[in-house]
Write a protein that binds this ligand. Structure first.
Ligand code: FES
Ligand code: FES
Length: 217
């Protein structure tokens, strides 16, 4: 390294070129700015500037009751929150998956009053008073639903990320058409995607579910 270059790299030289702006000074500056910002927040609150944004009325309207898997659940949700988000992150029902989050893959499929819906595309506020069923609600008195049993019997999913959504769609399929052909089942389940491409095995599962639900009836 040349003498001139090594002199330029001396800490005192670098510091003087930056106008004496050291790392320590920088951190002090950030802390001071943060303190000023939070103090400003208090001033805003104290002066009532934020009051219209967080009114008591708004707070009350966020609280709604949703019937999930036969239980009345009280939840505090902003108006723009989707059902899939509420199920997963407020109620801990993580069987409902979030894949595309835009009504394309069916991973978030749940039943609303017995009919399949994409949970990512429906607002939680709109389901107040309606009956929501998730994969966790299919088992009854310790007995697996025929669709769940069919999934176990066939082992038709590779990574199984899509499995809960497909299972809910199979439940919806059975209530629409209890005895579909394989081709009809393929059409009825066409709102769900499997990234692993296990469609043949998934259809085997669907047909096994048809068989089991017939046996049960
Ligand atoms: S996550 Fe809802 S359709 Fe894909
Ligand atoms: S089994 Fe992997 S996405 Fe369907």
């Amino acid at each position: 390294m040349s003498e001139v270059l090594s002199e330029m790299l001396q800490p005192e030289v670098i510091q003087s070129r930056r106008g004496g702006f050291t790392r320590r000074k920088f951190i002090k500056g950030v802390i001071a700015a943060g303190a000023t910002a939070s103090a400003a927040g208090y001033l805003f609150r104290g002066s009532g500037v934020l009051t219209p944004m967080l009114s008591a009325q708004d707070a009350v309207e966020r609280l709604i009751t949703v019937n999930v898997n036969g239980q009345q659940r009280r939840v505090d949700v902003p108006k723009h929150e989707t059902l899939a988000m509420t199920l997963r992150y407020q109620l801990g029902l993580t069987g409902t998956k979030l894949g595309c989050d835009r009504a394309e893959c069916g991973a978030c499929t749940v039943l609303l009053d017995g009919v399949t819906h994409y949970g990512c595309s429906i607002l939680t506020h709109s389901v107040a008073g309606r009956e929501v069923t998730t994969i966790e609600g299919l088992e009854q008195d310790g007995q697996l639903h025929p669709v769940q049993q069919a999934v176990m019997d066939e082992g038709g999913f590779q990574c199984a990320f899509c499995a809960p959504g497909f299972a809910m769609s199979m439940v919806g399929m059975l209530s629409k058409n209890p005895n579909p052909t394989r081709e009809e089942a393929a059409v009825l389940l066409s709102g769900n995607l499997c990234r692993c491409g296990d469609y043949d095995k998934i259809l085997n599962t669907a047909m096994r579910a048809v068989e089991l639900s017939g046996t049960r009836a």
